[in-house]
Design a protein around this ligand. Structure first.
Ligand SMILES: [Zn+2]
Ligand SMILES: [Zn+2]
Length: 174
């Protein structure tokens, strides 16, 4: 399977029983097919965080403005739920097979910040980039609300997102 963004050969990774195709060493994008979605329901948030920070090549961002075809269906163009050049983030989905193509380079970069700055930066990222988008998706129609739920689970799988829990509930977190 080829990366829909940079045409690199995707590598298969299995994390906590979830199979993900990763664009290792190039753009760092991740492909989740729909057979993985149910598995995500029962997993601890953040268990797939190693995928967020897989090795990326610098400067593989030239594809950003282009449309991508589904790596599985090959001919279907991916629907772009979200794109931000500023936040180096792109979330696409295939309307035919339902798979998600996700590039969270912006969020990955924040993981290298010192802990005290990271918390705030990740919080800002989720508030500014993700939460608003998820709310918009929920408001559109039932099917889109369901996709928003799947996307939320994928994001929780990749990032524990503790940063959004109120401080009193975060006590005891490492
Ligand atoms: Zn790629
Ligand atoms: Zn597809």
């Amino acid at each position: 399977m080829k990366c829909p963004a940079c045409q690199n050969e995707l590598q298969e990774s299995v994390v906590a029983g979830v199979t993900i195709q990763t664009c290792l060493g190039e753009c760092g994008g991740l492909w989740f097919d729909r057979f993985q979605f149910n598995k995500l329901k029962v997993l601890k948030p953040g268990i797939g965080k190693s995928l967020l920070t897989i090795e990326r090549a610098e400067g593989v961002k030239i594809y950003r403005g282009a449309e991508h075809t589904c790596p599985a269906c090959k001919t279907t163009l991916l629907y772009r739920h979200f794109f931000s050049a500023e936040w180096d983030t792109e979330i696409n989905q295939c309307s035919k097979c339902g798979g998600f193509w996700i590039d969270l380079a912006g969020l990955a970069k924040l993981q290298s910040l010192p802990a005290n700055q990271r918390k705030q930066a990740v919080e800002k990222y989720f508030i500014t980039v993700i939460d608003e988008k998820l709310s918009e998706m929920r408001l559109l129609h039932g099917d889109m609300a369901e996709q928003a739920q799947v996307l939320k689970r994928i994001l929780q799988f990749l990032c524990p997102n503790n940063e959004l829990t109120p401080p009193e509930q975060a006590v005891g977190d490492p």
